[in-house]
Write a protein that binds this ligand. Structure first.
Ligand code: ADP
Ligand code: MG
Ligand code: ZN
Length: 476
């Protein structure tokens, strides 16, 4: 029996206005190589100046995950030659990163929580892009120098579910903190997965393989599954030492396999040394104060939803898994929705309808104040749940509406007035006097029949609780 060991390195592109060491914009550019200047083109004599906004955003993550935020940190050069990096080195933080030793809590299927230790998070500059068209290759340096925060975990995860839970938690966290848009398709949240196996009980780690640049949660799980199987088979076949090398591999989506890309470089290969152009990064009290300004994070929200709103933990996880959903939910409550009812209407009624239309909650045709108001009308018995579904269906196609006006228009106001309901009940009972006799003779099941008939005669607008109560009264 083997145990899997996983450590993750996540590259998060920070959403700063300008690049890490120059004032070029990081925004999308219509043409290649226009968001560039002597510094990010690495022209001789141009000097880098560190971007304060990037430092503050890195610090904010540090505070969010209970890490040490170093008041002094340093930049190092990692030397390598590749056309997308005109300086022939990457500026990164090797010896002392701005953020060290944090923790991320993940919630597992079995209801337990596990702590994943975070080694460090360091600032570094992204490279440009090489593009190959037919037999021509081009380099676009618009992205060169864009700030990245590389978040490195300890090798604390033991299966792919834990790895994915960790990634999802980190993804949600950077989005709550608004330090990155973390768009995985566009590569602003990408991950290197380190995987090894060892016989159960063995202290020492096995040889790790690093799978580079995976940009979807599913591919992370698939790549881990493949790699664990490959390494396990090699071990069982007695060829582990030959087949499993410390190397960099790629996940091939098309083939569903990992492929060797290159042997793993040692740190010495990169000729790391302190960047002589950059002074130590020293954080000021102002920067600390700004970095500490942060919203309520998922863990705190889950606790509050459970303790104060009485919501089930599993529902609280779903709602807080992304900030748009949590903010939508909280806005529903501000519009008088009762928490527990709001959960159902958000997570099953609204999300179910959005899913069918492949629309995300940000683009929901029905906004939070409107759905909140609708839900409040169920709780105060203005409308029935069935009526509310009809209204929601209507709005999914016709946009938000004033709920009261729509209730009138669609004739869905629930009747709770005793007199009106009793009139209907009396008519039903008179027309079914034979059944009333049978009921009184002991045929209890007929009670449901009377309720059904009354609801039908009221076209579903009678308040069901009232109907039950009044029929009971009349028959006793
Ligand atoms: P590098 O920067 O060269 O990739 P690091 O020592 O910084 O190397 O480690 C990178 C990642 O590899 C970390 O996330 C760490 O947790 C993980 N890791 C280290 N050893 C192992 C191992 N034996 N199995 C799985 N992951 C590992
Ligand atoms: Mg690495
Ligand atoms: Zn520049």
């Amino acid at each position: 029996m083997f145990e899997t060991v996983i450590g993750l390195e996540v590259h998060v592109q920070l959403n700063t206005k300008t690049k890490l060491f120059c004032s070029c914009p990081t925004s999308f550019a219509q043409h290649q190589n226009i968001n560039t200047c002597p510094t990010c083109l690495a022209l001789p004599g141009a000097l880098p100046v560190v971007n304060k906004e990037a430092a503050i955003k890195a610090m904010r993550l540090g505070y969010a995950i209970n890490a040490n935020v170093n008041h002094t940190s340093y930049f190092d050069r990692k030397s390598y030659f590749y056309p997308d990096s005109p300086s022939a080195y990457q500026i990164t933080q090797l010896t002392k990163a701005i953020v060290q030793k944090g923790e991320v809590f993940i919630d597992l299927e079995d209801g337990t929580t596990k702590r994943i230790a975070m080694t460090q998070a360091h600032l570094e500059a992204d490279a440009g892009k090489n593009m190959h068209e037919g037999n021509r290759s081009k380099v676009d340096l618009n992205r060169a120098g864009t700030p990245l925060l590389e978040i490195v975990s300890d090798p604390d995860m033991r299966n792919s579910a834990e790895a994915v839970a960790y990634l999802k938690k980190l993804h949600a966290t950077v989005r709550y903190l608004d330090i990155s848009d973390a768009n995985m398709q566009e590569g602003s949240f990408r991950c290197d997965v380190n995987v090894s196996i060892r016989p159960k009980g063995q202290e020492e780690f096995g040889t790790r393989v690093e799978i580079k640049n995976i940009n979807s949660f599913r591919f992370v799980a698939d790549a881990i599954a493949y790699e664990v199987q490959r390494q396990t088979e090699a071990y069982e076949d007695g060829v582990y030492d030959r087949e499993v090398n410390q190397e960099t591999r790629l996940w091939s989506v098309a083939d569903g396999v990992t492929k060797s890309m290159r042997g793993k470089e040692e740190a010495a290969d990169y000729r790391y040394f302190p960047d002589p152009d950059l002074r130590p990064l020293i954080v000021t009290d102002d920067m600390i104060a700004e970095a500490k300004m942060m919203p309520e994070l998922p863990d705190a929200k889950v606790k509050r939803y459970v303790d104060e709103l009485g919501i089930k933990k599993s529902d609280a996880f779903v709602i807080t898994s992304n900030k748009e959903m949590a903010y939508y939910f909280e806005e529903m409550l501000e519009h008088k929705a009762v928490a527990k009812t709001a959960v159902t209407w958000l997570t099953s009624e609204l999300l179910g309808r959005l899913k069918k239309l492949s629309i995300s909650i940000e683009n929901s045709p029905v906004d939070a104040p409107t759905l909140g108001t609708l839900v409040s009308k169920i709780s105060d018995s203005t409308i029935s749940g069935k009526g509310a579904k009809e209204i929601l269906d209507y709005m999914m196609e016709n946009d938000n509406r004033d709920i009261d006006a729509l209730i009138d228009e669609l004739g869905l106001a629930q009747v709770s007035d005793d007199g009106a309901i009793l009139a209907i009940i009396d008519e039903i009972l008179t027309n079914n006097s034979d059944k009333v006799e049978q009921y009184k003779g002991g045929k209890d099941k007929l009670f449901g029949f009377f309720v059904g008939q009354t609801m039908k005669a009221s076209k579903g607008t009678a308040n069901p609780a009232k109907v039950n109560e009044l029929i009971k009264q009349r028959l006793s």
